[in-house]
Design a protein around this ligand. Structure first.
Ligand code: SF4
Length: 357
């Protein structure tokens, strides 16, 4: 993000905070709503474009605030139409967002942190370690900037927090960003039911998320016993399966919604017939649906993808137990569009270039 030292990126402020800044300068607070409409609904990048704001107020705003966009370092398009954006942040860190075309809309997968501290063994983002939380503006800008760029008639209507990072460990900024993203009057206007937060299972934040937002919940489960889950997802040692599922049972589900359970299928680790039956039993008390994600092997990774028969057998057992089970087709495989891969790839190639001097 570009901005000068003294100015504040207005995307970091809530409307209420901006209104009180205006009041402190004897400017009517309703101007805050007008400015926010320009920024989020009309995608304005300059205050001088805001024609319904008094001419003498606009320069004052220019003097104190910026309306920043992220710096796009690279965009890769997959043969299936997915687009992966690599953004370079002000401090040189990189994050990614992936735009996925569906039948009649786009889904955008966004990041909440630079890197991730959860250390899930099958995840490429984890190998880069955790760098820092994204600010509210950095989260919101992924959506605002990509929405602005889309020339298509197909709407960007769905958002998933499934990019880099564990959203629930950046809770304050996550919730502040969701407020702007789902504000239909002065924000980006996404329906809450079309926004999904995916977590590795930060149980201590689930009740907060249910209270503070109206978004959907997805749980990255990936194992049916604590021993296996401890091994592939260290967070399970702190929040074991039974605690996680109990918290899921208590999560408020609005209007017939269900919790999505993501299950990355790893060959000979969690893909057995027993696993499928155990999963069916575990999820029985929860209104749920299941996404099976056959693992995509990557360089240096110890895990492999199960064969097609094993994947279909696993799905059939769950379907026979009356679950809705999708096998999630990995979009954008040719551009490494799975969690964290582009940023890591870029960091690697930069490292190699640096090594070569
Ligand atoms: S799978 Fe998600 S929570 Fe786990 S390390 Fe990767 S980004 Fe973090």
């Amino acid at each position: 993000m570009k901005h000068s030292d003294k100015k504040i990126n207005i995307l970091e402020l809530s409307k209420e905070r901006f209104a009180s800044w205006l009041e402190g300068r004897q400017i009517e607070s309703y101007r805050a709503a007008q400015v926010f409409k320009w920024i989020y609904l009309r995608q304005a990048d300059r205050f001088d474009l805001m024609t319904d704001i008094a001419k003498d107020i606009r320069p004052l705003l220019e003097d104190h605030f910026t309306i920043d966009r992220l710096e796009t370092e690279n965009v890769e398009t997959s043969i299936d139409g997915s687009r992966k954006y690599l953004f370079k942040l002000e401090d040189g860190e990189r994050i990614e967002s992936v735009l996925i075309p569906e039948r009649d809309h786009y889904t955008l997968c966004i990041s909440s942190q630079v890197g991730c501290a959860q250390d899930c063994r099958f995840c490429l983002t984890a190998s880069g370690g955790f760098q820092r939380n994204l600010s509210k503006a950095e989260i919101v800008s992924q959506v605002r900037d990509i929405k602005n760029e889309l020339q298509d008639s197909m709407p960007l209507s769905n958002l998933v927090f499934m990019g880099m990072g564990e959203p629930l460990t950046n809770y304050k900024n996550l919730v502040a960003a969701i407020q702007v993203i789902t504000d239909s009057s002065f924000g980006l206007g996404f329906a809450s039911r079309r926004v999904t937060v995916s977590t590795a299972g930060i149980v201590s934040r689930l009740a907060d998320l249910g209270r503070d937002t109206r978004v959907n919940l997805a749980i990255s489960l990936n194992a049916t016993d604590n021993q296996t889950r401890n091994r592939i997802m260290p967070i399970n040692r702190k929040f074991p399966i039974e605690k996680l599922l109990k918290a899921c049972q208590q999560f408020p589900l609005l209007g017939g919604r269900r919790i999505t359970f993501e299950y990355v299928l790893l060959k000979d680790v969690n893909d057995s017939v027993e696993d499928a039956y155990r999963l069916a039993e575990l999820l029985r008390p929860i209104k749920s649906k299941i996404n099976l994600i056959p693992f995509n092997s990557h360089e240096g990774c110890q895990y492999q993808r199960p064969n097609e028969d094993t994947i279909l057998r696993f799905q059939k057992i769950l379907i026979d137990k009356n679950y809705t089970v999708m096998i999630r087709q990995s979009k954008g495989q040719d551009i490494s569009a799975a969690c964290g891969q582009l940023a890591v790839k870029t960091a690697d190639s930069k490292q190699k270039t640096d090594d070569r001097g």
